[in-house]
Design a protein around this ligand. Structure first.
Ligand SMILES: [Zn+2]
Ligand SMILES: [Zn+2]
Length: 260
């Protein structure tokens, strides 16, 4: 049985994120089968979910997540990208990335549908034009003009497909960023050294994917580290006597070499 898709009350604001207090807000037993619920409000017996931890930040329904066509999970209620709930609450940045990903996903879908429609209507208009030309055989210039006009929908289809690909790339980037943030949150929640297997279980991804996320996180950590201590030797030439005096003043304490 699928998760219970309860709609959120209208009072719930758009900026709401799962907070530790909200994680606790759940009934004691499954109202569908009276089975026991885990700490997050998931019934192991029938699979229904009840806890606030399962509220989708995109559609605000309380629903479980499921596998999607991407490497990551999606909301069972709205189909938008969603990070599986865990004991540590999702950050605002993760929610923002998920929202970005969702809007790019919808745009990509709209442009793809538009491209398909333009392509089909282009095919139809080309067919009609050829039939008309065959029957009426007008002047050559009119024939060329008619054929060119019937090619316009193909050009539109091409541009729509290109836009769809652009939005699909932005979707992938936002999705990857959201999961990286989630992996980073889980790493710090588990003392900094969780195994790829543990991360895979928490994020409901396969182990190679979890390893990739962890590898990317350690690369980011490496880049974020302060590279080298600031250089102590000044190599710029000081022309202003006041600067020269000040520089001498600061170096006198550490170096024994006297300067002119
Ligand atoms: Zn149940
Ligand atoms: Zn949803």
């Amino acid at each position: 049985m699928s998760g219970v898709g309860q709609l959120a009350p209208a009072a719930i604001g758009a900026e709401r994120v799962t907070s530790p207090a909200a994680l606790a807000a759940r009934p004691d037993a499954c109202s569908a089968c009276s089975g026991a619920l885990d700490p997050l409000g998931h019934c192991a017996n029938c699979g229904a979910v009840f806890g606030e931890a399962y509220r989708c930040p995109l559609c605000h329904a309380i629903s479980d997540v499921e596998a999607s066509k991407t490497q990551y999970t999606r909301c069972r209620a709205c189909g938008g990208p969603r990070i599986p709930p865990s004991e540590s609450a999702m950050s605002e940045a993760e929610v923002a990335c998920l929202r970005d990903a969702r809007s790019e996903q919808l745009r990509a879908g709209a442009f793809r549908a538009g491209s398909g429609f333009a392509f089909a209507s282009g095919g139809l208009s080309l067919l009609v034009t050829l039939l008309v030309l065959l029957v009426t055989s007008p002047a050559p210039l009119a024939q060329v003009a008619a054929l060119l006009a019937s090619l316009v929908p193909f050009a539109l289809a091409f541009f729509a497909l290109r836009s769809a690909r652009g939005h699909a790339r932005k979707f992938d980037a936002a999705l990857q960023q959201a999961w990286l943030l989630a992996a980073s949150r889980l790493v710090s929640a588990h003392g900094g050294q969780p195994s790829a297997k543990a991360i895979a279980q928490l994020l409901r991804v396969d182990e190679p994917r979890a390893e990739l996320l962890l590898a990317e996180l350690s690369v980011q950590d490496f880049i974020a580290q302060p590279a080298e201590p600031p250089a102590r030797v000044r190599v710029t030439e000081l022309t202003d006597p006041a600067d020269l005096a000040a520089a001498e003043e600061t170096t006198r304490g550490t170096s024994g070499v006297s300067r002119p």
